[in-house]
Design a protein around this ligand. Structure first.
Ligand code: BYC
Length: 482
């Protein structure tokens, strides 16, 4: 029964893991449910719990048609446990256990390592909902408002996905971890979320779109690596999460794309040639491109930190143990054990940034991060095409990997956005050129005004080319409570 494609909605918790016959886990999940709803109501979208939102809900794991759209009050969203279908005869695709049958139970010797990976993954999901909880109040349109809420309910479902793994496979300590996931709070100094970027504020919609482009894309890379796992339930869970994740990155990429489009069109219409003439551009009620570049620098550098250290024994151990693989592991042509290979890593050698060959096994984080950077660059190329098409002379660039880092090889140095090492005094003097300043933040805030008339958009962002679920331009994506 574990490979059913359709989802059982007869239980309180929709699922395709046969929960009705798994009483103990069903009881544990039902016990956790009220705390989750409590958390959602206090930490989820602020002020919109009664609104009717046009949301997609996963009703199947069939790639050809897995979602249905309807108006839902968010606290009534059917958060379910959905795993990609069981693949008969799946074998472990990497590490020491390469080629053996995938594990259906937790291998005892790796219990602690596996639990840590699941807990870290789980912790990021509610954190992002907490970070984004105020955005509804400044949504630039009902379309955008619906998108942030869609992302939020699905991040909530991803928390459920990890809690299911904890409660089914990790007994009492799994249940304790599941409780803790509802206790930590993004940005709270006493009980912060586990990873740096998830304690940062998401103060405005440009940040939200940058976050869904850059940080959700780290999510994609990490989920892709966990989807390779020899522990089959984790692999199947992550594979289905990736289906939903694609929309989150779409929201980010098109959100920035639409912002860029609007700015360039406003510049053209007003005859402003110089993108660096910030006052003039801002006077048009749009966000200037250099400020967008600074936001990009911030979110890219925060997201690079999420990959851990370039050289990491944790990462080597997780790969060796066949728990966490590489991006597209099964498509890579090598021994999948990394017994003798090396991988080039950027390191600080005698005060200079140099490429050094390291054993590929310890350079797993670096490799994943490189794959991530290439994926980000493709998005920037598409934004740059929008700028070119309108005929403005400007290009977005990814900052150097040594820029603004808190984790790994470059955490103790200060570097410019192009990667020159600079002293602390220079950094202090110049940092407002590379990262958003307080003034930049204030300006962006001044544009953040809620627009709730169907089909209308704030001054700083272009409408999307097509609606969600092919709805027309003036569709009422959110029916606000009276
Ligand atoms: N902040 O060997 P190291 C997503 C700690 S996003 C704070 O360098 P490792 C989403 C580390 O824990 C994806 N601490 O790194 C996106 C370790 O501490 P301990 C989330 C950090 O372990 C948007 C020590 O430093 N999923 O899904 O190889 C919206 C040395 O660690 C950080 C995952 O990340 C940091 N940034 O790699 C919603 C996957 N980095 O153990 C959702 C699961 C490192 O010595 N996690 N440390 O006390 C992992 O695979 C790994 O734990 C990490 C770190 C990649 C995070």
């Amino acid at each position: 029964m574990s490979d059913i494609v359709n989802v059982d909605y007869s239980t309180k918790i929709p699922n395709n893991v046969n929960l009705t016959e798994d009483r103990q886990v069903l009881r544990a999940l039902e016990g956790w449910h009220p705390g989750y709803i409590d958390w959602w109501k206090t930490m989820g979208p602020n002020g919109f719990q009664e609104a009717l939102v046009y949301l997609r809900t996963a009703v199947s794991v069939d790639p050809k048609g897995w979602a249905k759209f309807d108006y839902v009050k968010m606290p009534d969203y059917r958060w379910g446990i959905l795993l990609a279908p069981h693949e008969e005869g799946r074998t472990i695709p990497f590490g020491q256990h390469y080629g053996k049958p995938a594990w259906q139970e937790v291998p005892g010797e790796y219990r602690a390592m596996l639990r840590r990976l699941v807990v870290i993954q789980g912790d990021t999901e509610p954190a992002s909902v907490e970070q984004q909880r105020h955005l509804g109040k400044t949504a630039p349109s009902l379309y955008d408002m619906r998108n942030v809420f869609q992302v939020n309910v699905e991040e909530g479902r991803h928390l459920w996905a990890m809690v299911y793994i904890l409660q089914k496979y990790f007994g009492r300590d799994g249940r304790e971890e599941a409780e803790q996931l509802l206790q930590r709070r993004s940005g709270d100094p006493d009980k912060p979320r586990m990873l740096g970027a998830f304690n940062e504020a998401t103060p405005d919609w440009l940040s939200f779109h940058m976050f869904t482009f850059f940080t959700d894309r780290d999510g994609k890379m990490q989920l892709e690596s966990l989807a390779q796992s020899g522990f089959d339930p984790l692999s199947r869970t992550c594979r289905f999460m990736l289906t939903e994740e694609a929309h989150h990155m779409f929201v980010g990429e098109t959100g920035i794309g639409r912002t860029v489009q609007r700015t360039c069109e406003a510049m053209k219409a007003a005859g402003v040639e110089d993108p660096g003439d910030i006052d003039k551009v801002r006077g048009l009620g749009v966000i200037d491109l250099p400020t967008m570049q600074k936001k990009l620098n911030l979110h890219y550098s925060l997201s690079l930190d999420l990959f851990g250290s370039e050289v990491s024994t944790n990462a080597a151990n997780a790969f060796n143990a066949s728990l966490k693989g590489r991006f597209q592991e099964t498509k890579i042509e090598d021994d999948h054990k990394l017994e003798n290979s090396t991988y080039p890593v950027l390191k600080l050698v005698d005060g200079e940034i140099k490429r050094v060959d390291e054993p590929a096994l310890t350079a797993i984080n670096m490799r994943l991060r490189d794959d991530y950077t290439a994926d980000c660059q493709r998005g920037l190329d598409r934004w740059n095409k929008i700028i070119d098409r309108v005929g403005v002379s400007f290009r977005f660039q990814l900052p150097h990997v040594a820029f603004h880092r808190q984790i790994g090889e470059f955490r103790d140095v200060t570097a410019s956005s192009s990667g020159e090492l600079v002293d602390a005094a220079t950094w202090e003097r110049q940092k407002d050129k590379w990262l958003p300043s307080k003034d930049d933040g204030d300006f962006i805030q001044s544009l953040m005004r809620q627009v709730v008339e169907p089909g209308k958009f704030a001054s700083w962002i272009a409408p999307p080319r097509v609606g969600i679920d092919n709805k027309p331009g003036d569709f009422e994506y959110v029916k606000l409570a009276a």
